[in-house]
Ligand binder design. Structure first.
Ligand code: PLP
Length: 470
Protein backbone atom coordinates (compact mmCIF):
# COMPACT_ATOMS: atom_id res chain seq x y z
CA UNK A 1 0.00 0.00 0.00
CA UNK A 2 1.35 3.40 -0.89
CA UNK A 3 1.27 6.25 1.56
CA UNK A 4 -1.38 7.97 -0.59
CA UNK A 5 -3.58 4.86 -0.55
CA UNK A 6 -3.11 4.57 3.20
CA UNK A 7 -4.33 8.14 3.63
CA UNK A 8 -7.31 7.62 1.35
CA UNK A 9 -8.45 4.53 3.19
CA UNK A 10 -7.54 6.11 6.51
CA UNK A 11 -9.94 8.96 5.75
CA UNK A 12 -12.66 6.45 4.84
CA UNK A 13 -12.20 4.59 8.12
CA UNK A 14 -12.11 7.83 10.12
CA UNK A 15 -15.29 8.92 8.28
CA UNK A 16 -16.91 5.64 9.25
CA UNK A 17 -15.87 6.03 12.90
CA UNK A 18 -16.97 9.69 12.97
CA UNK A 19 -20.44 8.82 11.61
CA UNK A 20 -20.72 5.96 14.08
CA UNK A 21 -19.86 7.93 17.20
CA UNK A 22 -21.99 10.88 16.05
CA UNK A 23 -25.18 8.77 16.06
CA UNK A 24 -24.87 5.61 18.13
CA UNK A 25 -28.49 6.09 19.20
CA UNK A 26 -29.72 5.07 15.76
CA UNK A 27 -29.03 1.44 16.75
CA UNK A 28 -30.81 -0.67 19.39
CA UNK A 29 -28.53 -0.48 22.45
CA UNK A 30 -28.57 -4.20 23.12
CA UNK A 31 -27.80 -6.35 20.08
CA UNK A 32 -30.80 -8.32 18.83
CA UNK A 33 -28.95 -11.18 17.20
CA UNK A 34 -29.33 -14.77 18.36
CA UNK A 35 -26.40 -17.02 19.23
CA UNK A 36 -24.58 -18.10 16.05
CA UNK A 37 -26.17 -15.42 13.84
CA UNK A 38 -22.87 -13.69 13.17
CA UNK A 39 -20.83 -16.80 12.41
CA UNK A 40 -23.53 -18.04 10.03
CA UNK A 41 -22.79 -15.05 7.83
CA UNK A 42 -19.03 -15.51 7.79
CA UNK A 43 -17.32 -17.77 5.24
CA UNK A 44 -16.06 -21.06 6.68
CA UNK A 45 -12.66 -20.60 5.07
CA UNK A 46 -10.43 -17.49 5.03
CA UNK A 47 -10.17 -15.76 1.65
CA UNK A 48 -7.44 -17.28 -0.51
CA UNK A 49 -7.08 -14.05 -2.45
CA UNK A 50 -6.94 -10.45 -1.19
CA UNK A 51 -10.26 -8.74 -0.60
CA UNK A 52 -10.92 -5.02 -0.78
CA UNK A 53 -11.40 -2.60 2.07
CA UNK A 54 -14.63 -1.65 0.32
CA UNK A 55 -15.97 -5.18 0.88
CA UNK A 56 -14.77 -5.11 4.48
CA UNK A 57 -16.60 -1.85 5.17
CA UNK A 58 -19.78 -3.28 3.66
CA UNK A 59 -19.50 -6.39 5.83
CA UNK A 60 -18.80 -4.24 8.87
CA UNK A 61 -22.17 -2.52 8.36
CA UNK A 62 -24.03 -5.62 7.23
CA UNK A 63 -22.70 -8.31 9.60
CA UNK A 64 -20.76 -6.82 12.47
CA UNK A 65 -22.71 -3.72 13.51
CA UNK A 66 -26.02 -5.59 14.04
CA UNK A 67 -24.09 -7.95 16.33
CA UNK A 68 -22.83 -5.14 18.53
CA UNK A 69 -24.19 -3.99 21.84
CA UNK A 70 -23.53 -0.27 21.61
CA UNK A 71 -21.49 0.85 24.58
CA UNK A 72 -21.26 4.26 22.88
CA UNK A 73 -25.04 4.64 23.00
CA UNK A 74 -25.98 7.46 25.41
CA UNK A 75 -28.69 5.23 26.92
CA UNK A 76 -26.31 2.39 27.78
CA UNK A 77 -26.90 2.25 31.55
CA UNK A 78 -25.89 -1.37 32.24
CA UNK A 79 -22.86 -2.72 34.15
CA UNK A 80 -20.39 0.19 34.37
CA UNK A 81 -20.67 2.14 31.11
CA UNK A 82 -17.59 3.56 29.40
CA UNK A 83 -16.77 6.18 26.78
CA UNK A 84 -15.11 5.81 23.39
CA UNK A 85 -13.73 9.36 23.52
CA UNK A 86 -12.17 11.01 20.50
CA UNK A 87 -8.68 11.42 22.04
CA UNK A 88 -8.88 7.80 23.19
CA UNK A 89 -9.70 6.67 19.64
CA UNK A 90 -6.85 8.72 18.19
CA UNK A 91 -4.49 7.34 20.82
CA UNK A 92 -5.48 3.76 19.98
CA UNK A 93 -4.95 4.49 16.30
CA UNK A 94 -1.45 5.79 16.90
CA UNK A 95 -0.63 2.89 19.23
CA UNK A 96 -1.55 0.54 16.38
CA UNK A 97 0.51 2.57 13.90
CA UNK A 98 3.58 2.64 16.14
CA UNK A 99 3.12 -1.01 17.09
CA UNK A 100 5.89 -0.94 19.68
CA UNK A 101 6.32 -3.63 22.29
CA UNK A 102 7.35 -2.07 25.61
CA UNK A 103 8.45 -5.32 27.23
CA UNK A 104 11.71 -3.76 28.45
CA UNK A 105 12.85 -0.14 28.52
CA UNK A 106 15.08 -0.31 25.45
CA UNK A 107 12.38 -1.86 23.26
CA UNK A 108 10.73 1.57 23.44
CA UNK A 109 11.97 3.94 26.13
CA UNK A 110 9.07 6.35 25.47
CA UNK A 111 6.51 3.61 26.08
CA UNK A 112 7.97 2.79 29.50
CA UNK A 113 8.57 6.37 30.56
CA UNK A 114 5.22 7.72 29.35
CA UNK A 115 3.51 4.87 31.23
CA UNK A 116 5.33 5.79 34.42
CA UNK A 117 4.65 9.46 33.88
CA UNK A 118 0.90 9.34 33.18
CA UNK A 119 0.43 7.01 36.11
CA UNK A 120 2.26 9.50 38.30
CA UNK A 121 -0.16 12.14 37.01
CA UNK A 122 -3.15 9.98 37.85
CA UNK A 123 -1.70 9.14 41.26
CA UNK A 124 -1.54 12.87 42.02
CA UNK A 125 -5.03 13.43 40.58
CA UNK A 126 -6.58 10.91 42.96
CA UNK A 127 -4.36 11.83 45.90
CA UNK A 128 -2.33 8.66 46.41
CA UNK A 129 1.06 9.00 48.09
CA UNK A 130 4.18 9.11 45.90
CA UNK A 131 5.34 5.77 47.35
CA UNK A 132 2.91 3.99 45.01
CA UNK A 133 4.51 2.94 41.72
CA UNK A 134 2.13 2.55 38.80
CA UNK A 135 1.83 0.00 36.00
CA UNK A 136 -0.80 -0.40 33.32
CA UNK A 137 -2.69 -3.65 32.82
CA UNK A 138 -5.56 -4.46 30.52
CA UNK A 139 -8.12 -5.01 33.26
CA UNK A 140 -8.68 -4.72 36.99
CA UNK A 141 -8.82 -8.51 37.12
CA UNK A 142 -5.21 -8.70 35.97
CA UNK A 143 -4.16 -5.83 38.23
CA UNK A 144 -5.64 -7.64 41.22
CA UNK A 145 -4.03 -10.89 40.15
CA UNK A 146 -0.63 -9.17 40.24
CA UNK A 147 -1.40 -7.56 43.61
CA UNK A 148 -2.25 -10.91 45.16
CA UNK A 149 0.73 -12.65 43.57
CA UNK A 150 2.95 -9.98 45.15
CA UNK A 151 1.13 -10.38 48.48
CA UNK A 152 1.75 -14.14 48.35
CA UNK A 153 5.48 -13.43 48.18
CA UNK A 154 5.39 -11.73 51.58
CA UNK A 155 5.01 -15.11 53.24
CA UNK A 156 8.36 -15.62 54.92
CA UNK A 157 8.07 -19.26 55.98
CA UNK A 158 8.09 -20.52 52.41
CA UNK A 159 9.37 -19.31 49.06
CA UNK A 160 6.26 -19.65 46.93
CA UNK A 161 8.29 -18.53 43.96
CA UNK A 162 10.67 -21.46 44.30
CA UNK A 163 8.65 -24.14 46.04
CA UNK A 164 5.08 -23.41 44.96
CA UNK A 165 2.13 -24.17 47.17
CA UNK A 166 1.77 -27.91 46.90
CA UNK A 167 2.82 -30.59 49.37
CA UNK A 168 1.79 -31.46 52.93
CA UNK A 169 3.88 -28.66 54.48
CA UNK A 170 2.34 -25.96 52.28
CA UNK A 171 0.79 -23.14 54.30
CA UNK A 172 -3.00 -23.01 54.18
CA UNK A 173 -3.28 -19.47 52.89
CA UNK A 174 -6.26 -17.27 53.60
CA UNK A 175 -7.42 -14.11 51.85
CA UNK A 176 -10.32 -11.92 52.97
CA UNK A 177 -12.77 -9.81 50.97
CA UNK A 178 -16.37 -8.80 51.49
CA UNK A 179 -19.23 -10.85 50.16
CA UNK A 180 -19.82 -7.93 47.77
CA UNK A 181 -16.26 -8.08 46.32
CA UNK A 182 -15.84 -8.65 42.59
CA UNK A 183 -15.52 -12.18 41.20
CA UNK A 184 -12.01 -11.32 39.96
CA UNK A 185 -10.77 -11.82 43.54
CA UNK A 186 -12.11 -15.35 43.50
CA UNK A 187 -10.58 -16.00 40.08
CA UNK A 188 -7.22 -14.80 41.37
CA UNK A 189 -7.22 -17.25 44.27
CA UNK A 190 -8.15 -20.01 41.84
CA UNK A 191 -5.26 -19.10 39.54
CA UNK A 192 -2.70 -18.49 42.29
CA UNK A 193 -2.98 -21.96 43.80
CA UNK A 194 -4.69 -20.66 46.94
CA UNK A 195 -8.02 -22.16 45.97
CA UNK A 196 -11.54 -20.88 46.47
CA UNK A 197 -11.61 -22.28 50.00
CA UNK A 198 -8.75 -19.91 50.75
CA UNK A 199 -11.03 -16.93 50.18
CA UNK A 200 -13.06 -15.93 53.22
CA UNK A 201 -16.05 -13.75 52.38
CA UNK A 202 -16.74 -11.27 55.14
CA UNK A 203 -20.27 -10.08 55.81
CA UNK A 204 -21.45 -6.56 55.14
CA UNK A 205 -23.59 -4.03 56.96
CA UNK A 206 -27.00 -2.71 55.86
CA UNK A 207 -25.23 -0.48 53.32
CA UNK A 208 -23.24 -3.37 51.80
CA UNK A 209 -19.88 -2.31 53.34
CA UNK A 210 -17.45 -4.80 54.79
CA UNK A 211 -17.86 -5.34 58.53
CA UNK A 212 -14.33 -4.61 59.83
CA UNK A 213 -15.08 -6.25 63.19
CA UNK A 214 -16.18 -9.44 61.47
CA UNK A 215 -12.94 -9.30 59.45
CA UNK A 216 -10.84 -9.09 62.59
CA UNK A 217 -12.79 -11.91 64.16
CA UNK A 218 -12.36 -14.14 61.08
CA UNK A 219 -8.61 -13.59 60.95
CA UNK A 220 -8.25 -14.31 64.65
CA UNK A 221 -10.22 -17.52 64.31
CA UNK A 222 -8.21 -18.65 61.28
CA UNK A 223 -4.93 -18.07 63.10
CA UNK A 224 -6.14 -20.19 65.99
CA UNK A 225 -7.08 -22.94 63.53
CA UNK A 226 -3.67 -22.98 61.84
CA UNK A 227 -4.47 -21.05 58.65
CA UNK A 228 -2.05 -18.51 57.27
CA UNK A 229 -3.82 -15.18 56.56
CA UNK A 230 -1.83 -13.11 54.07
CA UNK A 231 -4.01 -10.42 52.48
CA UNK A 232 -7.28 -8.48 52.54
CA UNK A 233 -9.06 -6.91 49.57
CA UNK A 234 -11.16 -3.84 50.33
CA UNK A 235 -13.45 -2.41 47.68
CA UNK A 236 -14.14 1.24 46.99
CA UNK A 237 -17.21 1.09 44.77
CA UNK A 238 -18.47 -2.49 44.79
CA UNK A 239 -19.84 -3.87 41.56
CA UNK A 240 -23.45 -4.30 42.62
CA UNK A 241 -24.15 -1.19 44.69
CA UNK A 242 -20.90 0.87 44.58
CA UNK A 243 -20.63 0.67 48.37
CA UNK A 244 -17.40 1.80 49.98
CA UNK A 245 -15.66 -0.51 52.43
CA UNK A 246 -14.22 1.24 55.54
CA UNK A 247 -10.66 1.20 54.21
CA UNK A 248 -9.08 3.00 57.18
CA UNK A 249 -10.51 0.51 59.66
CA UNK A 250 -9.56 -2.39 57.43
CA UNK A 251 -6.03 -0.92 57.21
CA UNK A 252 -5.89 -1.01 61.05
CA UNK A 253 -6.79 -4.71 60.99
CA UNK A 254 -4.16 -5.40 58.31
CA UNK A 255 -1.55 -3.53 60.35
CA UNK A 256 -2.44 -5.53 63.46
CA UNK A 257 -1.96 -8.88 61.71
CA UNK A 258 0.73 -7.87 59.22
CA UNK A 259 -1.42 -8.50 56.13
CA UNK A 260 -1.21 -7.04 52.64
CA UNK A 261 -4.05 -4.62 51.86
CA UNK A 262 -5.20 -4.40 48.25
CA UNK A 263 -7.88 -1.82 47.38
CA UNK A 264 -10.10 -2.54 44.40
CA UNK A 265 -11.48 0.77 43.17
CA UNK A 266 -11.92 -0.39 39.58
CA UNK A 267 -14.93 1.82 38.90
CA UNK A 268 -15.10 4.40 41.66
CA UNK A 269 -11.43 5.31 42.05
CA UNK A 270 -11.78 7.82 39.22
CA UNK A 271 -14.23 9.84 41.34
CA UNK A 272 -11.39 10.66 43.75
CA UNK A 273 -10.17 13.23 41.21
CA UNK A 274 -13.01 15.42 42.54
CA UNK A 275 -11.88 17.30 45.65
CA UNK A 276 -15.34 16.80 47.16
CA UNK A 277 -15.07 13.01 46.65
CA UNK A 278 -11.50 12.61 47.93
CA UNK A 279 -12.85 11.04 51.14
CA UNK A 280 -13.52 7.81 49.24
CA UNK A 281 -9.79 7.05 49.31
CA UNK A 282 -9.36 7.77 53.02
CA UNK A 283 -7.06 5.08 54.35
CA UNK A 284 -5.77 4.03 50.93
CA UNK A 285 -2.45 5.71 51.78
CA UNK A 286 -1.90 2.72 54.10
CA UNK A 287 -2.68 0.10 51.47
CA UNK A 288 -0.03 -1.97 49.73
CA UNK A 289 -1.70 -1.89 46.33
CA UNK A 290 -4.59 -0.19 44.56
CA UNK A 291 -6.37 -0.48 41.24
CA UNK A 292 -8.65 1.82 39.31
CA UNK A 293 -9.77 1.57 35.68
CA UNK A 294 -9.64 4.73 33.54
CA UNK A 295 -11.40 2.60 30.90
CA UNK A 296 -14.49 2.66 33.09
CA UNK A 297 -14.98 6.27 34.11
CA UNK A 298 -12.06 8.38 32.87
CA UNK A 299 -13.01 8.58 29.19
CA UNK A 300 -10.27 6.20 28.10
CA UNK A 301 -11.04 3.52 25.52
CA UNK A 302 -10.90 -0.17 26.37
CA UNK A 303 -8.63 -1.33 27.77
CA UNK A 304 -6.72 0.47 30.51
CA UNK A 305 -6.36 -0.46 34.16
CA UNK A 306 -4.09 1.59 36.44
CA UNK A 307 -2.37 -0.55 39.07
CA UNK A 308 -0.35 0.91 41.94
CA UNK A 309 1.91 -0.93 44.31
CA UNK A 310 4.04 0.36 47.13
CA UNK A 311 6.00 -2.91 47.36
CA UNK A 312 7.46 -3.22 43.83
CA UNK A 313 10.13 -5.50 45.30
CA UNK A 314 7.40 -8.08 45.98
CA UNK A 315 6.05 -7.80 42.45
CA UNK A 316 9.56 -8.43 41.14
CA UNK A 317 9.99 -11.35 43.49
CA UNK A 318 6.79 -12.81 42.07
CA UNK A 319 7.57 -12.27 38.41
CA UNK A 320 11.16 -11.32 37.56
CA UNK A 321 12.95 -13.79 35.38
CA UNK A 322 15.43 -12.63 32.77
CA UNK A 323 16.71 -15.23 30.39
CA UNK A 324 19.87 -14.33 28.50
CA UNK A 325 17.95 -13.00 25.52
CA UNK A 326 16.11 -10.39 27.61
CA UNK A 327 19.04 -9.01 29.56
CA UNK A 328 19.95 -5.41 28.78
CA UNK A 329 22.84 -3.10 29.57
CA UNK A 330 20.69 -0.52 31.36
CA UNK A 331 20.18 -2.77 34.40
CA UNK A 332 18.45 -1.22 37.38
CA UNK A 333 18.76 2.33 36.04
CA UNK A 334 15.50 1.84 34.14
CA UNK A 335 12.15 0.11 34.53
CA UNK A 336 11.90 -3.10 32.56
CA UNK A 337 8.17 -3.80 32.76
CA UNK A 338 8.48 -7.53 32.21
CA UNK A 339 10.37 -7.85 35.52
CA UNK A 340 7.13 -7.16 37.38
CA UNK A 341 4.49 -8.90 35.28
CA UNK A 342 3.34 -12.30 34.16
CA UNK A 343 3.26 -11.22 30.54
CA UNK A 344 6.26 -10.31 28.45
CA UNK A 345 4.79 -8.29 25.57
CA UNK A 346 3.29 -4.91 26.46
CA UNK A 347 1.01 -2.65 24.42
CA UNK A 348 1.68 1.08 24.38
CA UNK A 349 -1.50 1.91 26.28
CA UNK A 350 -0.12 5.04 27.94
CA UNK A 351 -0.41 7.05 24.73
CA UNK A 352 -4.21 7.17 24.68
CA UNK A 353 -4.43 8.08 28.36
CA UNK A 354 -1.87 10.84 27.87
CA UNK A 355 -4.00 12.21 25.04
CA UNK A 356 -7.23 11.91 27.04
CA UNK A 357 -5.81 13.84 30.01
CA UNK A 358 -4.34 16.52 27.75
CA UNK A 359 -7.50 16.88 25.67
CA UNK A 360 -9.94 17.29 28.56
CA UNK A 361 -7.59 18.60 31.22
CA UNK A 362 -8.15 17.50 34.80
CA UNK A 363 -11.00 20.02 35.13
CA UNK A 364 -12.75 18.61 32.07
CA UNK A 365 -12.55 15.09 33.49
CA UNK A 366 -13.85 16.35 36.83
CA UNK A 367 -16.79 18.07 35.13
CA UNK A 368 -17.80 14.82 33.45
CA UNK A 369 -17.70 12.70 36.63
CA UNK A 370 -19.39 15.43 38.67
CA UNK A 371 -22.24 15.57 36.15
CA UNK A 372 -22.66 11.78 36.21
CA UNK A 373 -22.90 11.85 40.01
CA UNK A 374 -25.54 14.59 39.76
CA UNK A 375 -27.48 12.53 37.21
CA UNK A 376 -27.25 9.45 39.44
CA UNK A 377 -28.89 11.38 42.27
CA UNK A 378 -31.50 12.75 39.87
CA UNK A 379 -32.40 9.25 38.70
CA UNK A 380 -32.63 8.03 42.31
CA UNK A 381 -35.02 10.90 43.11
CA UNK A 382 -37.19 10.02 40.11
CA UNK A 383 -37.40 6.42 41.29
CA UNK A 384 -38.24 7.53 44.81
CA UNK A 385 -41.06 9.71 43.55
CA UNK A 386 -42.95 6.63 42.31
CA UNK A 387 -44.46 4.63 45.20
CA UNK A 388 -44.34 1.34 43.26
CA UNK A 389 -40.53 1.46 43.21
CA UNK A 390 -37.82 1.62 45.85
CA UNK A 391 -34.12 2.56 45.81
CA UNK A 392 -32.44 -0.27 47.70
CA UNK A 393 -28.92 0.99 48.33
CA UNK A 394 -27.22 4.34 48.96
CA UNK A 395 -26.06 6.15 45.82
CA UNK A 396 -22.57 7.47 46.57
CA UNK A 397 -21.64 7.71 42.86
CA UNK A 398 -23.70 7.41 39.67
CA UNK A 399 -25.14 3.90 40.01
CA UNK A 400 -28.67 3.37 41.30
CA UNK A 401 -29.98 0.01 42.55
CA UNK A 402 -33.76 -0.06 42.52
CA UNK A 403 -36.69 -2.42 42.18
CA UNK A 404 -40.40 -2.72 41.96
CA UNK A 405 -41.69 -3.46 45.43
CA UNK A 406 -44.02 -6.13 44.06
CA UNK A 407 -41.53 -9.02 43.65
CA UNK A 408 -38.91 -10.78 41.54
CA UNK A 409 -41.24 -11.90 38.75
CA UNK A 410 -42.38 -8.33 38.08
CA UNK A 411 -38.81 -7.04 38.19
CA UNK A 412 -37.65 -9.72 35.75
CA UNK A 413 -40.52 -8.93 33.39
CA UNK A 414 -39.70 -5.25 33.56
CA UNK A 415 -35.99 -5.65 32.86
CA UNK A 416 -36.73 -7.97 29.91
CA UNK A 417 -39.18 -5.48 28.48
CA UNK A 418 -36.84 -2.52 28.98
CA UNK A 419 -33.90 -4.22 27.31
CA UNK A 420 -36.01 -5.57 24.45
CA UNK A 421 -37.14 -2.00 23.69
CA UNK A 422 -33.73 -1.22 22.22
CA UNK A 423 -34.06 2.27 23.68
CA UNK A 424 -31.93 1.69 26.76
CA UNK A 425 -29.96 -1.06 28.41
CA UNK A 426 -29.84 -1.74 32.16
CA UNK A 427 -28.45 -4.67 34.13
CA UNK A 428 -29.44 -6.46 37.31
CA UNK A 429 -28.02 -7.96 40.47
CA UNK A 430 -29.32 -9.68 43.58
CA UNK A 431 -29.37 -7.84 46.91
CA UNK A 432 -30.68 -9.40 50.10
CA UNK A 433 -31.80 -12.24 47.86
CA UNK A 434 -34.05 -10.00 45.80
CA UNK A 435 -33.68 -9.31 42.11
CA UNK A 436 -32.55 -5.70 41.77
CA UNK A 437 -32.25 -3.43 38.74
CA UNK A 438 -29.03 -1.46 38.24
CA UNK A 439 -28.93 1.86 36.42
CA UNK A 440 -25.36 3.13 35.98
CA UNK A 441 -24.35 6.40 34.35
CA UNK A 442 -20.78 6.61 33.04
CA UNK A 443 -20.83 7.46 29.35
CA UNK A 444 -19.81 11.03 28.54
CA UNK A 445 -22.57 11.15 25.91
CA UNK A 446 -25.30 10.43 28.49
CA UNK A 447 -27.05 13.63 29.54
CA UNK A 448 -30.03 14.62 31.64
CA UNK A 449 -32.43 14.17 28.72
CA UNK A 450 -31.30 10.55 28.30
CA UNK A 451 -31.69 9.85 32.01
CA UNK A 452 -35.18 11.37 32.15
CA UNK A 453 -36.23 9.58 28.96
CA UNK A 454 -34.92 6.30 30.38
CA UNK A 455 -37.00 6.71 33.52
CA UNK A 456 -40.12 7.54 31.49
CA UNK A 457 -39.52 4.43 29.38
CA UNK A 458 -39.10 2.23 32.46
CA UNK A 459 -42.28 3.62 34.01
CA UNK A 460 -44.32 3.32 30.86
CA UNK A 461 -43.14 -0.24 30.17
CA UNK A 462 -44.04 -1.14 33.73
CA UNK A 463 -47.52 0.37 33.30
CA UNK A 464 -48.07 -1.56 30.07
CA UNK A 465 -46.88 -4.69 31.80
CA UNK A 466 -49.31 -4.19 34.66
CA UNK A 467 -52.23 -3.61 32.29
CA UNK A 468 -51.20 -6.53 30.07
CA UNK A 469 -51.26 -4.21 27.07
CA UNK A 470 -48.26 -5.73 25.33
N1 PLP B 1 -13.49 -4.86 40.45
C1 PLP B 1 -14.67 -4.21 40.48
C2 PLP B 1 -15.11 -3.54 41.75
C3 PLP B 1 -15.48 -4.17 39.34
O1 PLP B 1 -16.66 -3.56 39.39
C4 PLP B 1 -15.03 -4.81 38.17
C5 PLP B 1 -15.84 -4.80 36.95
O2 PLP B 1 -16.86 -4.19 36.85
C6 PLP B 1 -13.80 -5.47 38.19
C7 PLP B 1 -13.06 -5.47 39.35
C8 PLP B 1 -13.27 -6.19 36.99
O3 PLP B 1 -12.88 -5.27 36.04
P1 PLP B 1 -12.14 -5.73 34.70
O4 PLP B 1 -13.22 -5.99 33.72
O5 PLP B 1 -11.30 -4.54 34.34
O6 PLP B 1 -11.33 -6.93 35.01
Amino acid sequence: MTSEEFKQWGYRFVDWAADYIAHPEKYPVLSRVSPGDIRKQLPAEPPAQPESYEQMLQDLDRIIVPGLTHWNHPSFFAYFPNTGSEPGIFGEMLTAALNVNGMVWRTSPAATELEEHVLDWLRGMIGLPAAFKGMIFDTASLSTFHALAAARETITERSVREDGLSGPDAPRLRLYASEQAHSSIEKSVMALGIGRRGLVKIGTDAEFRMDAKALEFAIDKDLREGFRPFAVVATVGTTSTTSIDPVARIADVCAKFGLWLHVDAAYAGSAAILPEMRHIVDGVDRADSFVTNPHKWLLTSMDFSAFYCRRPDMLRRAFSLSPEYLQTAEGDAVTNAQDSTLQLGRRFRALKFWMVIRHYGVEGLRDCIREHIRLGKLFASLVESDPRFEVVAPVPFSTVCFRLKSGDADNQALIDRVNASGKLFISSTRLNEKLTLRFAIGNARSGEAHVRAAWEEIRSLNRQDAKGEM
